[in-house]
Ligand binder design. Structure first.
Ligand code: CP
Ligand code: NVA
Length: 303
């Protein structure tokens, strides 16, 4: 059965289909399409939004979510990922996994017949970006031709999925990052194959926001990189902070987006996070609606 490990696992047509399904699920949240299905959430890292939105989403579709903190499983005592996958395959109908190493997610998916969903890895955060592109479509009336600007760590999971997802959806993206934190060349290459000239990389946040429809940022230090925190703060601040001064250089109607959790006063100020451009809590809400559509699609169910 199909997995959802990368934002590129769905085609642009399938993305559109998912968002139309999401519109219908948002209007009518409850049904029984996952009746009898057990969905395991296997998490190696902390989570608020992803965990709760998946648990509520499975409940709203009539299924049963089961949460397992990986540190309380036999994985923490060295049981191989593949044996874990082979075992889980006998019990549950789907696994939603948040892992440190993307390669572990791939091993898990290869060892299982049942679908596996990436709930964040060091490489990608596809559920986040599928929901964020839906939010842009909802707020700006469409996504094709829109200009997205990402400010911050261009090499992280959220930015990687945003670059690839934007290319698939027909939007263009400018990434403003300090040297050493630019998007990986392979990611820019893959996005360019999906859509020519869809990605630009710059070291200048002010020019990057000047004609942006969306200004997106994420933490400077992702989960698993905590030891680099001081050095990252020194590299990113003050130039790569999204604050009111930077937002003044952006168009009036532009959206401010952040996957959350936000570190107030680091990558974003409270004024911007709670300001008139911000749609961060609508993004968080849409995680719930979009992920329900993703699960239904992997189970070949339609609404
Ligand atoms: N944005 C996001 O994935 O949030 P959580 O870490 O709280 O799940
Ligand atoms: N880049 C962040 C996203 C958190 C939702 C991290 O991986 O910690």
């Amino acid at each position: 059965m199909a997995d959802y490990l990368s934002v590129t696992d769905f085609s642009s047509e399938e993305m559109e289909e998912l968002w139309s399904m999401t519109d219908r699920l948002k209007a009518n949240p409850l049904n029984n399409l996952l009746n009898g299905k057990n969905v395991l959430l296997l998490f190696e890292k902390p989570s608020t939004r992803t965990r709760v939105s998946f648990e509520v989403g499975v409940n709203q579709l009539g299924g049963s979510p089961i949460y397992m903190d990986a540190s309380t499983s036999q994985l923490s005592r060295g049981e191989p990922v593949e044996d874990t996958g082979r075992t889980l395959d006998r019990y549950v109908d789907m696994v939603v996994a948040r892992v440190y190493k993307h390669e572990d997610l791939v091993k898990l998916a290869l060892s299982m017949e049942k679908p596996v969903i990436n709930a964040l890895s060091d490489l990608e955060h596809p559920c986040q970006i599928m929901a964020d592109l839906y939010t842009i479509r909802e707020k700006l009336g469409g996504i094709k031709g829109k200009k997205i600007t990402f400010i911050g760590d261009g090499s992280n999971n959220v930015c990687t999925s945003l670059i690839l997802g934007s290319a698939l959806a027909g939007a263009s993206i400018v990434v403003a990052s300090p040297p050493g934190y630019e998007p990986k060349k392979a990611v820019v290459g893959m996005a360019s194959e999906l859509s020519a000239n869809s990605v630009k990389v710059t070291g200048d946040p002010v020019s990057a926001v000047s004609d942006a429809d969306v200004i997106y940022t994420d933490v400077f230090t992702s989960m698993g990189q905590e030891k680099e925190r001081e050095q990252r703060l020194a590299t990113f601040l003050p130039k790569y902070q999204v604050n009111q001064q930077l937002m003044k250089a952006a168009p009036e109607g532009s959206l401010f987006m952040h996957c959350l959790p936000a570190h107030h006063g680091e990558e974003v100020t409270r004024e911007v996070l709670y300001g008139s451009h911000s749609v961060v809590f609508d993004q968080a809400e849409n995680r719930l609606h979009v992920q329900k559509a993703i699960m239904l699609k992997l189970f070949n169910r339609k609404v």
